[in-house]
Design a binder for this molecule. Structure first.
Ligand code: ADP
Ligand code: MG
Length: 633
């Protein structure tokens, strides 16, 4: 009765237990802390051994600098660290650890043995059991440090009861090692679980080797992240580098997205949205790419001291950093399948596949290989059997005489349908559109020779033969036109206001983001109990309005901060509409329409890729044909 509501100072041990609860949530967390210590100690080889998901044993052995024997007992004390000496250092942390809590916390909840032998010294070890330190003992060992953690949480039944199953924990440990392996290619890692080697990656100077060692085959499908040149002038000192997968490789979860900030692996969650946006519509709903993305920025721009486990960090300019990432991804994908060449690998793709190391099995991205034509005869062009035969084209000159037999449309693949899910029924004929500006790329004047399968245009371009995907090209042209035409963004009064059926949450979001809609040419007002669209950009048709607003509301971000600038929304609108109005496959074009497409092609900045990032054209140089038909030499 008397003492229960009086305040008392907790004893050190209790404080330690409380703190340990935050730092050491699960075995994988312990492995992470210990591996980070080994990395901070400049190790070049780290071995990790676990038994039963780490619950029975975790053993981390490194060849780093070691701990001086007089420091050994200190290393086990809370807030004892060699990595930080004053509060001022907190703003420029260069090591993975700095809080001095890990060993103390681990020793609270397990049987911890720390053994260490610095260069030129003898090996010494110390044991800490359930928070009690033993004395320093001599021990024989190689230079470096060995951390042994046994029976974690066995003194904490409550914590133990909430642990995952050991296989789950094992896979979490694998994740931990993988993300560190990706951030430290110069360090060799070996992971053993229940006696089996699970991961064994040698130290390397080449990040791409490490990618192969860690990601295996799928590394061949990764493309190098490349920021747009204009980003060099963008405000901020941060930079993103790394690798992203081509859109055909996806995962149901974001587990294969690795984010490293100044070499520190952090949780990917806060970055997932920006990454998906960078992929635009190339990813299907709910899918995530594979990516290794490295952010470098001045230490003062990032606060790593916001979470006991340090897996979350705070960025001073997070919007800016996320937008930069999104731009880099979008740019990389947009510029990837450029200038396909007829023989040899496609040069525009700087995928790892093209920088082949002989010893490594290599796969080219399937979307890249499929755009290649084999002229050597060694690799026959793979033709997938189509369900229905494709229509045969005739030369445009004889078009008048052809019978008006309806073309049979081959079924679109599901990937194709997904790409073109915005393509509506209506189509804009190429001749009917506004002219574009001057010629701005180095394509020569081109002449359509024929249309093939009502889907491809056969084109003579100086001494090259081009096969052009009419839909892909038209889409790209329309995108460039829409994007730069200010008049289509002017709000147009709707004859009858369009009702928006919004729920409470959407209404709140709309209110918060109404300025975004204003800037896009919308006027949305509430009458009595319903929101109505009074004005909307000319670009949007009546029945598209409501779904569009709903989509946009999903984008208007949680805390009202506009993740996307209005420019980007315009981009998106232009993107949706470029696909919608473009000529489809299986659509007969007249000769003037083909000429118009080819002429427009010379007046756009990126003629080689459609807005989905697929190629618009295949190039076959005359030389390659001559070679194929034995006219050379
Ligand atoms: P922190 O890493 O935040 O400094 P820890 O509790 O993880 O705190 O480690 C305490 C100290 O023990 C470190 O600052 C470091 O000096 C020493 N230490 C821990 N592990 C190693 C290791 N593997 N090699 C060398 N020194 C280590
Ligand atoms: Mg540490």
């Amino acid at each position: 009765m008397m003492s229960s509501d009086r305040i008392t100072q907790l004893d050190e041990k209790t404080i330690g237990h409380i703190a340990a609860g935050e730092v050491v949530e699960r075995p994988a967390q312990v492995v992470k802390e210990l591996v980070e210590n080994s990395l901070d100690a400049k190790s070049t080889h780290i071995e990790v051994e676990i038994e039963r998901g780490g619950f029975d044993l975790m053993l981390i052995t490194d060849n780093g600098s070691g701990i001086d024997q007089s420091d050994l007992p200190l290393a086990l004390d809370r807030h004892a660290t060699s990595k930080l000496s004053s509060a001022a250092d907190l703003s420029s942390i260069g090591t993975l650890g700095f809080r001095g809590e890990a060993l103390a916390s681990i020793g609270m909840v397990s049987e911890l043995t720390v053994s260490s032998r610095p260069r030129g010294a003898e090996g010494r070890s110390i044991v800490m059991m359930d928070g009690d330190k033993g004395s320093v003992q001599p021990c024989g060992m190689a230079e470096g440090t060995r951390m042994e953690v046994k029976n974690i949480f066995s003194n904490q039944p409550a914590r133990l009861a909430f642990q995952r199953r050991s296989p789950t924990e094992t896979s979490k440990v694998v994740d931990v090692i993988i993300s560190h392996a990706l951030s430290h290619p110069k360090v060799g890692f070996r992971l053993k679980s229940d006696g089996k080697i699970i991961l064994d990656v040698p130290a390397t100077d080449d990040m791409e080797d490490r990618l192969y060692d860690v990601l295996g085959q799928q590394a061949g499908k990764m493309i190098n992240l490349k920021a747009p040149a204009s980003d060099a002038q963008a405000p901020g000192n941060e930079s993103w580098t790394g690798w992203i997968s081509t859109p055909d490789i996806t995962r149901g979860k974001g587990d294969d997205i690795h984010i490293l900030i100044n070499g520190r692996p952090v949780a990917a969650q806060p970055f997932l949205q920006a990454i998906r946006r960078g992929y635009r519509t190339r990813l299907m709903q709910g899918r995530h790419p594979v990516a290794v993305l490295m952010l470098e920025l001045p230490p003062t721009e990032v606060d790593v001291n916001v979470h006991p486990t340090k897996s979350e960090v705070r960025l001073r300019n997070s919007w800016r950093v996320l937008e930069r990432l999104e731009r880099a991804i979008a740019h990389t994908l947009e510029s990837t399948p450029t200038e396909p060449e007829s023989s040899g690998p496609i040069t525009g793709i700087t995928s790892l596949a093209n920088q082949t190391q002989e010893s490594k099995p290599v796969q080219k991205p399937s979307w890249a290989t499929s755009a290649q034509l084999s002229l050597s005869g060694e690799q026959p062009l793979e033709l997938k059997p189509k369900e229905k035969s494709r229509p045969i084209s005739t030369a445009p000159t004889s078009q008048k005489t052809i019978t008006n037999q309806a073309p049979i449309a081959p079924a679109l693949s599901s990937a194709e349908r997904e790409l073109h899910r915005y393509a509506g029924a209506d189509m804009t004929r190429p001749g009917s559109e506004e002219p574009l500006g001057p010629v701005i790329n180095d394509l020569p004047p081109m002449e359509p020779l024929a249309q093939f399968a009502d889907s491809y245009i056969v084109v003579q371009a100086k001494d090259e033969l081009l096969l052009i995907d009419q839909h892909a090209l038209h889409e790209r042209i329309r995108y460039e036109r829409l994007r730069h035409d200010e008049s289509i963004w002017v709000g147009q009064t709707r004859i009858s206001p369009v009702d928006l059926n919004l729920d409470q949450r959407q209404e709140t979001k709309l209110a918060a983001g109404i300025h975004v809609f204003d800037q896009l040419g919308f006027i949305i007002e509430k009458d009595v109990d319903n929101f109505k669209i009074l004005k909307a950009p000319a670009l949007l048709k009546g029945d598209e309005l409501e779904p569009f607003v709903h989509d946009l509301l999903l984008d208007v971000s949680q805390d009202g901060a506009p993740l996307e600038t209005v420019e980007k929304r315009k981009d998106h609108l232009a993107f949706l509409n470029s696909c919608r109005g473009a000529v489809k496959a299986n659509e007969r074009l007249t000769l003037p329409e083909m000429r118009r497409l080819l002429d427009d092609m010379r007046r756009i900045p990126n003629p080689w890729a459609c807005v989905h990032g697929r190629p618009t054209a295949m190039r076959i140089p005359l030389d390659a044909l001559d070679l194929h038909f034995g006219r050379h030499g």
